[in-house]
Ligand binder design. Structure first.
Ligand SMILES: Cc1cc2nc3c(=O)[nH]c(=O)nc-3n(C[C@H](O)[C@H](O)[C@H](O)COP(=O)(O)O)c2cc1C
Length: 467
């Protein structure tokens, strides 16, 4: 069986020169967020903090799946193959297997009662205007009380005290399940999983139909069943190789103030109210590595996890449009706060790029409000080429399409909140821009990217001239 651990991935990143170790003393409330963010921004590297002030025995790793290179290392494929591999493997889910607690690394340390204390975890104070430290890397494993089907999704937790945290539930599957517990006036048992293999990190951000078990999807991605172990305080099962699991429940009838929180748009999710999570036990590995999840200004893991999920979902969705498009690449731009996608394709007929864009704006994910189509000679990961296409190949009257009064992603503060609803529900305008070569000029190919390159571009070697 392949390794299913977070620490295995951290080790692989280090071996492949993708990770920087920080052995100097650092403080999760003071400087870990800035050091990790700048290290990725300036050098494109993950960080492992080995000397955390006030948290002996703990290490913290961050920015571990921030780009395609790191996903490629995690999934054991080439960078170009990341999206096609995900799309392919997710079609063959594998049921998890249960193992004994004695074989489960996550049970090496079991803390209950007063020892199960959230304030003893090296949670980061992530963005400047956050009210305090958050655990944003936790994935909630829950079960539908009627059908018993499992769900796994990320939920940020603002630490409110030793045994409680806020717990943000956006209107998706977890909310639907929680509302069933509420109708029964029961607390919802929850196990928060922190620090797992990238395949499981990916599955936690993936959206599909209600009732599909994300841990089976993770098994598909791993090409091995995920090893699960039963919780101490409920019958939920969690990944046995996780760094840490926080067991607890969400109260059916209590809310707390929460936020503001620096979000993937680069701005803040406004202060609001969320459900309350009460801790019952914490289990973790010996010498645990905390997964420090940055958020806020791009680029951070949340943009990359959700962005990569959007890319795979769109790849699959668009591949069926018109019986199959010649789709070459899809990028959900982290720098746009996940609200723009670039679709690279080879249109076979006039109008086809626009059809693809309409599908990209109406998919399993609400995030994109701007979709741009580029042609086969452009590189979708190069914003220079995308912008070049946007000017030289676009006749705005013909190529820019606005679709008003559609649902918009909850974090797009530029769009209107539906009257009488919370900011989770927004309505606005989506925009499609066809920046593929104008159909009329395709044969002449007047808009080749490299049409006006410098004289003797191929034969001049600048090394002959520079000092
Ligand atoms: C790092 C990260 C943090 C997230 N935080 C939250 C959160 O606090 N609350 C929430 O409802 N969704 C959050 N999400 C989004 C959900 O995890 C994601 O949409 C998931 O696919 C929803 O699962 P579902 O399809 O089972 O509903 C987060 C996603 C990521 C990648």
């Amino acid at each position: 069986m392949r390794d299913q651990s977070f620490r295995g991935h951290v080790q692989n990143l280090e071996q492949q020169g993708e990770l920087v170790r920080v052995d100097t003393e650092t403080d999760p409330h003071e400087n870990v967020s800035a050091i990790g963010w700048k290290t990725y921004d300036q050098f494109g590297k993950s960080t492992l903090f080995t000397n955390l002030k006030g948290y002996p025995g703990w290490q913290l790793a961050s920015q571990v799946v921030t780009d395609r290179r790191k996903w490629a290392i995690g999934l054991g494929v080439s960078e170009e193959d990341v999206i096609p591999t995900v799309v392919d493997r997710i079609k063959s889910p594998r049921q998890p297997v249960s193992i004994d607690a004695k074989d489960a690394p996550v049970k090496e340390v079991i803390l209950t009662g007063e020892d199960a204390d959230l304030t003893k975890l090296p949670a980061m104070w992530t963005s400047e205007e956050d009210p305090g430290p958050y655990i944003a890397s936790g994935m909630a494993v829950i079960k539908d009380p009627e059908t018993g089907t499992r769900n796994m999704s990320y939920h940020r937790q603002q630490i409110l005290g030793p045994d409680r945290s806020g717990f943000l539930i956006c209107p998706r599957h977890a909310l639907r399940t929680y509302q069933k517990y509420q109708e029964r006036k029961e607390s919802m048992p929850v196990a928060m999983v922190v620090g797992v293999h990238p395949a499981i990190l990916y599955a936690g951000g993936f959206t599909t139909r209600y009732g599909i078990d994300e841990l089976s999807l993770a098994g598909g991605l791993l090409e091995d069943p995920v090893r699960l172990v039963k919780c101490e305080t409920s019958d939920l099962e969690v990944p046995a190789d996780a760094e840490m699991v926080i067991e607890g429940e969400i109260l059916p009838d209590a809310m707390t103030e929460e936020g503001p929180f620096g979000e993937v748009t680069g701005g803040y999710a406004e202060e609001g109210s969320t459900e309350i999570f009460v801790v019952k036990a914490i289990t973790h590995r010996k010498n645990p590595i905390f997964y420090g999840m940055h958020s806020g200004a791009p680029m951070t893991d949340p943009q990359s996890i959700t962005g990569t999920c959007v890319e795979a979902a769109l790849y699959e969705h668009l591949s069926k449009v018109e019986g199959g498009l010649d789709l070459l690449d899809i990028r959900c731009l982290g720098v746009s706060g996940l609200m723009a996608v670039v679709v690279k394709l080879r249109p076979r007929i006039a109008g086809q790029a626009k059809t693809a864009l309409l599908a990209a704006l109406s998919s399993p994910y609400l995030h994109p409000k701007l979709a741009i189509a580029i042609d086969e000679d452009m590189d979708a990961s190069d914003l220079k080429q995308v912008f070049w296409s946007l000017t030289t190949r676009v006749h705005a009257e013909q190529d820019v399409t606005k679709i008003d009064n559609t649902r918009i992603w909850s974090l797009d503060n530029a769009s209107d909140i539906v009257p009488g609803m919370s900011p989770m529900y927004r309505i606005g305008t989506k925009v499609a821009i066809d920046a593929t070569k104008p159909w009329s000029s395709r044969i002449e190919d007047k808009t080749r990217f490299d049409r006006a390159m410098p004289t003797n571009y191929d034969s001049v070697d600048i090394e002959d001239f520079l000092p």
